[in-house]
Each structure stands twice: as structure tokens, then as C-alpha cells.
Design a protein around this ligand. Sequence first.
Ligand code: CP
Length: 438
Amino acid sequence: MQLLPVMEGLHSAEAFNPAFLEAFFRRAREVENRPLEFSEALRGRIIATIFAEPSTRTRLSFESAAHRLGASVISVTDPKTTSGAKGETLADMTKVIGSYCDLLVLRHPSDGASRLASLHAGVPVVNGGDGRLGHPTQTLVDLYTLYRKWGDFEGRTVALMGDLRNGRTARSLAWGLALLGARILLLPGKGLDWEASFERRILDKFDYRLRWGKHPLFAEWTGSSEARVLEPKGLVQKSLFREDPPEIDKLDAIYLTRMQAERGADVGSGGYPGLTPENLKNPLMESCQILHPLPRCQELPASIDHDPRALYFEQAAMGPIVRQVVFLAMLGEDKWPLPSLAPLPAGSREHDLGLCPNEGCVTRSEGIQAPWRVVGLARRTFLCSYCDSLLPVDYAGCRSTHRVHPVHSQAALRISPENLRPFLRRDEATDAGYTWGG
Ligand code: CP
């Protein structure tokens, strides 16, 4: 199978691993405690921040981080001032900007934009938020904020509330929490849940299971007293076998997100889940840290800002520290190395699987074919390499035997990844000389 080069940079929380996060938190502590030690660390380096969507925290904390390390910054804050407004592709633009800098931070409305940019920029690209897909450095901010409080994550229950369908911060954080062994409780707004295939990938990857938990407060937030819980298979809550579904008696943290109206989210008649001062008196919330990536809307009233559990401004203040560590790891790796990120395969374009079904995918805006990658141990799943959307592959052929099988069959599982040949339709396989089954 012909593979595109591995994507350089930081594009997804999927690239994190426990050794990386552990070392990252330790380095963040060093930067926080001894900032002057790093003030000349990247002198002479140039960092470009290209923001094609509005941002307060991400852009300014990346730029603050660059200045605190002695680097210089060039910046785009309004895409209308670039040649993107004249129709220049993201691929061309990042190729050029990459030749003006040592590292590029990109925020973009299309899913997978930073992955695509990294194949053209020639310098590391850091994802500052791409479409609905991910915001990995926000996840590092979120996890570091909780790490400072807790020291570890195992057995902690963290609720993700709000717009899970469109909220990239919640998606990235779910990945990071599962990596660290936390229990994840889901409180999406009505019609604002993420797609089942995303959750299935988390369950498969981390050997997690899905169950349900209940609490009367959940009904106030989502309209149902029951909520999905993703947890490590070994973790058993004490009440699990007494009733079904068991009562959740404690949240360690809740992560609120605003409704992403700019991505078409709409509360409809369901209302949107949010916290009230009254909620904080409930025993469920007694030691619950409250996080929010900000900006906020009505889901997080300012009247709770002075509650000791309200962590969101402390969380935002961690932005420059965390992003200094990202820059040090990518541009100062000789002196401040961190364990490698798991490489993200850029996939294959060898067999045309048509357009990515996700209209928000960067392949759609760039007018290119979706490259694909394959995941899953229990069943084969083909994903767009840029936006992780499920591709409608129904048949898997083996390039050595020239047999083709239903994609979710045991026979398809036995085909080694390098021999896989995906087909959207059975007649495509027979036209290509593949015979059925066997
Ligand atoms: N949390 C976050 O991404 O905020 P900004 O949109 O202000 O960058």
C-alpha cells in the first residue's frame, strides 16, 4: 500500500500517549515555576499564527508563549487579508508561509485543515482548532489544569456537557481523558451528541465499555436522568451491581461547552444544558471542578465565578505555559525533548473512494480526493485520513489472494493492512478482477 508521509506536528489528541503527557505535565511545571530559564530558548526562531476563525485565548496565548521564549511572531488574524480571499488553496498558502517561519499554528473552519497543511508547510504545524474535529492544545490546557489539582486521573469521573456534536474541545478532551484512564460521562444537549463512530473508536482503542448511569440532576440538564458513561473495563463503581443503571454519586469535574451556533447548532425546543448556582448545592457537585474552554454563553453564569470550584479562568491562564511547552518540544527538542507523539498516518490515495462524506472536510474545500486510513482490531473501519469521518466502504479485498469480503467479516479482519484494497461496491471489486469470498 502506498502511504503518504506521516503528518508532522500536532494535529490531534489521538497522537498523545501516556509517556508524552506525563513528561509534558512535568515540563509545564518547570516552565511555570522557573519562567526566566526559558526566556531565550527560541531566540531567532519565527512562529506564524494563521487564524482563519476568531480567537481570543488560542492565538494570544500562542503568541504570548512565543514571546516568552524569545521567538518572533508573524500573524494572520483575518483571512480576508490573505490571498485565500482570492481563491488561493490552503495547500499553496501553507507551502509559502512555511518558507517564512519555523513553525506554523493554524486555526481553520475545515475539519482536518492542520493535517493537510502539515503535508505542504515543510515545518511543524500545530492545530489551533480545526472545524469540529479537534483542538489538541486546548486539551493539553484542560488536562494540565486538572493535573495541577489532582496529580492523576485514574478513577476520576469527568462529565462533558453541551454541544458534543460540534464542539472540538470536548472531542479532543474525551480522547485525552480515556488515555489517562478517567471515566467520561456524557451530557449532550438535545440533537447535539457526537456520532456513534467517534465513540466506538474511543471504546475500541482504550478497551473501554459503555454503560448508563443516572442522577436526577441530569434530567434538569439534558431532559433525561440517565447518561452514557465510558469507562475502563476494569473500573467498577460500588453501586454497579445493585441496580441498573446505577446512581452516579459524584462528579470530579464537569466540562461545559457553549453551543457552536457558527457550525449550525441550534437548541430547537430542547433547551441547552448549563449550570445554575442551585446545581452547585447538590451533593453530586460537592467536589466537582468546573471547566470551560471559553468563550461562554448562558450555560455558565458569571454568578458562580467566585465559587472555589470554578476553574475556568485558571484554566485559560494555563494557555501560554502549555503552549510554551509545545513550542519547546517542537523547536527546542535538542535541549527540551519530550517522548514522541504517536504518528498520525496520512493515509493512502491509491484507491479512489470518492468524496469524503463530511461536507466540512478540508478535502471538500480544497477539491481533492479523501485519503483513507484503516482502524479497528475487532472490525475494519475506513476513515478519511484528514477528518476521521467514516468512509462508506462495504467490501475489503486482499491484494495477494484477489478475494473480496464484506468489510465487517472475520475474513476481512484476517487481511493484513498493507494488503487491504477497499471497495465501495461489490461490482467495483469484480470489475477489478476480485472473486467473492473463500
Ligand atoms: N478556548 C478557545 O479556543 O478559545 P478561543 O476561541 O478564544 O481561542
